[in-house]
Write a protein that binds this ligand. Structure first.
Ligand code: EPU
Length: 344
């Protein structure tokens, strides 16, 4: 069934006002296939909306908005390990906590990340030293041009830091319908990031790790139910070794992380914070007072205004550090064109 003129204001964590022209919410693969077969996906622009936690929506979203709503998941035990088969519409945090509660290791560091499972591979969600790619076995997707289903192994998804094939070659061409994740009873806690270890006893359970991750996130990150946001608004920039060295000489306390593949990852939040922008507000938007990497929406603002505020933040970092920040949330609808205008 296709709904018309649907209000998506409560369906995006930034809380941007948005009316979608047509919305389809397929609850199974057959319903998704039917949309392609009946020609609904071939008529004009198409937007994929999952949990709406990493998306910037325009006031009017033209064409068809597809909201995959396959909400089944089940475990396939294999000795000490198990495969978890998950529909794209399953709530990510709910799944993480359900598995941690049952004593399965694998996803606990990724607790409290908002959104649905189908979007997790797109930006290869990551937190506290773990990325989705570490736990993913394979996924199934449907090609929008001919309705063909395809299974991709984790090595075929071109995963990187907040990157995947679904942001590049397959962008706008496929819908992810299911994931298969790997979990284990014989896992161990991964507590190398930040102060996670200091919050836990020496041999924590998956549930205890997940709870500790939730506690850290709640301290730093605003709850979208209270204050609109899309998590980190910028990616952490990667610079080459000599540039990092020069910056460290000027700023000995600068957080930095050498990458195995070369280059040094810097903390965009720290860079923004150093520009004195923490808690800064401009119109309906601002920089979060506890985590400068998060742009918050105080209500009543538009996508254009948000992009202009983000451009101001990026300009301040560019002026001070000569580093380009790259936006993390994705743009929906015609915003690509509008963004160029607002940055011009
Ligand atoms: N920092 C500051 N000031 C700030 C923010 C950060 O000085 O306002 C410093 C922190 O003290 C720390 C460093 O910057 O030394 C890094 O900060 P933090 O550990 O909070 O992590 P992050 O780099 O800001 C990334 C992810 C988060 C993820 C955390 C934990 C990106 C873009 N963001 O943030 O992901 O939860 O690490 O792993 O990689 C998201 O993508 O939406 C998200 C929240």
């Amino acid at each position: 069934m296709i709904e018309h003129n649907v209000d998506l204001s409560a369906s995006n964590t930034l809380g941007l006002a948005c009316i979608a022209e047509r919305v389809a919410t397929p609850r199974c693969r057959a319903a998704l296939s039917a949309l392609v077969r009946d020609g609904h996906t071939g008529r004009g622009p198409l937007t994929l909306l999952s949990g709406g936690s990493n998306l910037i929506l325009p006031e009017r979203l033209p064409g068809l908005t597809l909201r995959p709503a396959m909400t089944q998941w089940w475990l396939e035990p294999r000795g000490n390990d198990a495969y978890v088969h998950v529909g794209a519409g399953v709530n990510w945090h709910g799944l993480v906590m359900a598995l941690a509660e049952r004593g399965w290791w694998g996803l606990e560091n990724l607790a409290l990340i908002p959104g649905h499972c189908g979007a997790a591979p797109v930006q290869n969600i990551g937190a506290y030293g773990v990325e989705l790619a570490d736990a993913l076995e394979s996924l199934t997707l449907m090609h929008l041009d001919d309705g063909r289903f395809q299974r991709l192994g984790v090595d075929e998804c071109d995963f990187g830091y907040r990157e995947s094939l679904f942001k590049t070659e397959l962008d706008g061409r496929v819908v992810i319908t299911d994931l298969t994740l790997r979990v284990s009873r014989a896992g161990r806690a991964r507590l190398g990031y930040g102060d996670l270890a200091s919050r836990l006893s020496p041999a924590p359970t998956p549930w205890q790790v997940a709870e500790a991750v939730c506690a850290v996130r709640r301290e730093k990150l605003p709850d979208p139910a209270e204050l609109g946001n899309a998590g980190s608004f910028f990616k952490n920039p990667v610079v080459d070794g000599s540039r990092a060295q020069a910056l460290r000489q000027a700023h000995p306390d600068m957080p930095h992380f050498a990458l195995a593949e070369g280059g040094v990852k810097l903390a965009a939040g720290w860079l923004i914070d150093q520009c004195g922008l923490k808690g800064w507000r401009s119109g309906h938007f601002g920089v979060h007072e506890r985590q400068a990497l998060v742009i918050v929406h105080h209500g009543g603002g538009s996508a254009q205004e948000l992009l202009a505020v983000a451009a101001q933040v990026a300009a301040r970092v560019r002026d001070r550090f000569d580093i380009e920040l790259e936006r993390e949330p994705r743009l929906a609808g015609m915003l690509d064109v509008d963004e160029r205008a607002s940055l011009a």
